[in-house]
Design a protein around this ligand. Sequence first.
Ligand code: MN
Length: 261
Amino acid sequence: MHSYNGKLVELPKKGKALIITDIHGNLTDFKKFMHIWDEYEDIKDNHLILTGDFIHAMGLDNDKSVEILEYVKFLWENISNIHVLLGNHEWSTISNKSLFKAGINQTYNFDTLLKDKFGADNCEEKLQEYIEFFKKLPVAVRTANGIFISHAGPPTNIKSVDEIANITHDGYNSDNRPFFELMWNRSNDFDNKQLKDFLKVVDCKMMIVGHTPVDGIKLVHKKQLVVSSSYGKGKKAYVVLDLEKNIRRSKDLLNMVKYIK
Ligand SMILES: [Mn+2]
């Protein structure tokens, strides 16, 4: 149903894009965002972008990763203007890497959730089904008004936008450096020049990421907006990106940030 440029989603200069980051198994917040999406979904040029890490509750009680995953999978498979990007937690499920966060093995917890929900006989099959789903997901969105949206990053040695479109060709493992950095890089992994160079290569003015827990939003080197929609350090922010507007400076993007309670 989706027609993507490899692993890159290209959005035209039409409508709005609702951008939501890092749900991390929080069903209450996920439902709030789906209600917000209700107000946008009737217009065919509007898009919903989930920037990955919708699974793994990061030590919080009441991990609803499986319920959210089932819902997100259904949405992505059935609605062409819903875009689900890969985050490092989904990447880790594919690459079979244990993820320790908050002193808890998130991968082990996820396996336990699957066992509880689907039983010991079916949980392995269900895990394989989810891995196949994750492998289909794109890794980034580029908008015609020059915004690059991904889970994390930027990777520091990209030479062309095609490298993003083909980034999974070298596999879902940490030897695939550009892909690894797109999933994992935080602000201390790159400098101002590396961010500028990346944006130039992908022909964008600014980028939006999740991944690093912040108090709602944080601006990095005036060109990267870090957003925490659910799992973060206080305020819960999202972006209603106007795809038709010329974005010249960070203030234009900051004006599109909204919050949930
Ligand atoms: Mn992350």
